[in-house]
Design a protein around this ligand. Structure first.
Ligand code: NAP
Length: 348
């Protein structure tokens, strides 16, 4: 078993890490960190648990420590669910102390020597870890996964990017409140309402998408060159980000070919049979009223993206429309980091 820690273990994503790592065949949680507010307390006393499951027994009495590498002993990998500002400072400290950091935070995502990875999409970018260690003199490393909306979008773009000539993508999101953390969106702001702005989200979707689908020459990533424009919105849904995607192609296409590209899409995690990998990463639904967050977010343990309403645009030529749904704290956050770590553990 590989000993692992969770940084920011009391937060929304930290709790998801603990839930998903409970019973993991290869990773065993041996350290939990949070802020000074929680350090020194038993996990069950420090956390306000928000998930439908119970707090796993193995961590209930574990004592939370400060988020400081000197407090985390005999751990190979830490999963980071820290706020971005804090992640920027401490994740490099953990890597310098010899630990692998699988991070959800955006702080290091666009650093040229830090891999930003979705294992089904761009596993080859993990080679950047060698450059990173050389550049920074670290024994450990940092690997990141994209923003929660970007992951779901790119898992559906990758099979199309491989088969069709994409010119432009417009995406409009309907994002769940859990994406902002438990204290992120006050109930008075979101009940009976919708908030048409999520700070920094559109910029992340636009830049991370092109980076993930970019060319990698062993040293640098050259972003893909099609256009991506995002509009991001918060809606009164607890878990599960829905996205309406509009795409212009260079040439005409058959809708059935698009659906088959989604259905046949598999990547390295499926080939290697990684524990957290969904067997079918993109699920196509034929009903007019799917996907829906409540019904589809837990498909394949929350690790698959569900697509529906795949159709041609009747107004603009050579254009495609579809709706997708991904679980933002599973596939969009904790599950994504765990799958990154499983892949690294298997191939490096
Ligand atoms: P959250 O619920 O606010 O949790 C933050 C965690 O970090 C808590 O454990 C908190 O500990 C700890 N923390 C806060 N300040 C700290 C400090 N100064 N030192 C050490 N620990 C500190 O946030 P979240 O929604 O889980 O998000 C965590 C990260 O994941 C963020 O970077 C976010 O952008 C990213 N992310 C979130 C989602 C999502 O769907 N929620 C998706 C993708 C990425 P205390 O309890 O002790 O304060």
């Amino acid at each position: 078993m590989v000993n692992v820690g969770v940084l920011g273990a009391t937060g929304m994503v930290g709790q998801r890490f603990i839930e998903l790592l409970s019973g993991h065949p290869k990773f065993k949680i041996t350290a939990l960190t949070a802020s000074a507010r929680s350090a020194g307390k038993r996990y069950q006393d420090a956390v306000t648990w928000h998930l439908d499951s119970q707090i796993p027994e193995a961590v209930q009495d574990m004592v939370v420590v400060d988020t400081d590498p000197s407090q985390v002993k005999d751990v190979e990998i830490v999963f980071s669910a820290l706020p971005t500002e804090h992640a920027a400072i401490v994740e490099p400290q953990f890597a310098a102390a010899g630990m692998g950091v699988a991070s959800n935070a955006s702080a290091m995502r666009m650093e040229p020597d830090v891999p930003l990875v979705i294992p089904e999409v761009n596993p080859e970018h993990l080679e950047l870890i060698d450059n990173q260690r050389k550049n920074r003199g670290w024994d450990g490393f940092i690997v990141t996964n994209p923003n929660c909306s970007t992951i779901a979008l790119v898992m559906t773009l990758k099979p199309l990017y491989d088969e069709f000539d994409i010119q432009r993508v417009y995406v409009s999101t309907m994002q769940a409140v859990s994406g902002a953390g438990y204290n992120g969106v006050p109930s008075m702001a979101i009940l009976d309402n919708l908030v048409p702005f999520i700070g920094g989200e559109e910029e992340k979707m636009e830049s991370e998408t092109l980076h993930l689908l970019g060319d990698f020459d062993g040293e640098t990533v050259t972003p893909a060159s099609f256009g991506v424009s995002a509009s991001c919105h918060r809606v009164p849904v607890v878990d599960g980000h829905t996205e309406a995607v509009f795409m212009e192609m260079e040439e005409d296409f058959a809708v059935e070919d698009v659906k088959n590209a989604f259905r046949n899409f598999k990547g390295l995690p499926q080939k290697l049979g990684l524990y957290s990998a969904p067997s079918t990463p993109v699920i196509v639904r034929e009903e007019d009223n799917r996907p829906q967050p409540r019904m589809d977010r837990l498909t394949q343990r929350g690790m698959a993206v569900t697509v529906g309403r795949v159709r041609k645009d009747d107004v603009f030529p050579q254009s495609l429309k579809y709706v997708l749904l991904g679980h933002n704290t599973v596939r969009g956050a904790a599950g994504a980091s765990i799958l990154n770590a499983e892949l690294i553990n298997e191939i490096m």
